[in-house]
Design a protein around this ligand. Structure first.
Ligand code: AMP
Length: 188
């Protein structure tokens, strides 16, 4: 059973790697960014509330994301393993996740930090914006997302390191090399 959290700045490759590995291990890939983008596309009440935050590169208010995750992790498929991609994004979310996992009798195996330098991340995101047409991949919003990452999400690295759950992987390699390294560190 594999249960992992992927940390790292936007553009670190969390989505690509989480998708590949979840498929390979036949477990769920749970991306809060994807879930929120789907909600926005479908104009659900959650989507209507989340949209302006997403477009500006700000975090969507915790309560919305916490309800979403509680529902997602309570679904039966979550019992056979998951990779969380984009959650938790700040310390309150991490505290909530701890409590939720305890309630659900699930345990996270480890937290993977994908390390990629800032300039590489910006170049990748600008490229993605052109390719995938994501509204939040414009230069201005990318800069804001990186700031939000540094201020709110990066402290989670220390948080999980202190709990001895953190594993760091060099994300500045080809996607296949990153996948190989992830497979080595996770199942060693
Ligand atoms: P991502 O696809 O993970 O890069 O997320 C894209 C956007 O979705 C972020 O910039 C936030 O606006 C929102 N988002 C995704 N995950 C979260 C989260 N855990 N908490 C708050 N907002 C989130």
């Amino acid at each position: 059973m594999t249960r992992l959290i992927f940390l790292g700045p936007p553009g670190a490759g969390k989505g690509t790697q989480a998708k590949n590995l979840a498929h390979h291990w036949n477990i769920s890939h749970i991306s809060t960014g994807d879930l929120l983008r789907n909600a926005v596309r479908e104009h659900t009440p959650l989507g209507l509330q989340a949209q302006s935050y997403q477009e500006r590169g700000e975090l969507v208010p915790d309560q919305l994301v916490l309800d979403l995750m509680q529902e997602r992790l309570s679904q039966p498929d979550s019992e056979s393993g998951w990779i969380l991609d984009g959650f938790p994004r700040n310390l309150p979310q991490a505290g909530f996740l701890n409590d939720l996992l305890q309630k659900l009798a699930q345990k996270c195996d480890c937290v993977v930090n994908l390390e990629v330098p800032d300039d590489v991340v910006v170049a990748r995101l600008l490229g993605r914006g052109k390719k995938e047409g994501r509204a939040d991949d414009t230069e201005e919003v990318i800069r804001r997302r990186l700031e939000v990452y540094r201020e709110q999400t990066a402290p989670l690295i220390e948080y999980y390191r202190e709990r001895q759950q953190l594993v760091s992987v060099n994300g500045n390699q080809s996607p296949q090399e990153v996948t190989d390294e992830l497979q080595n560190v996770i199942h060693s």
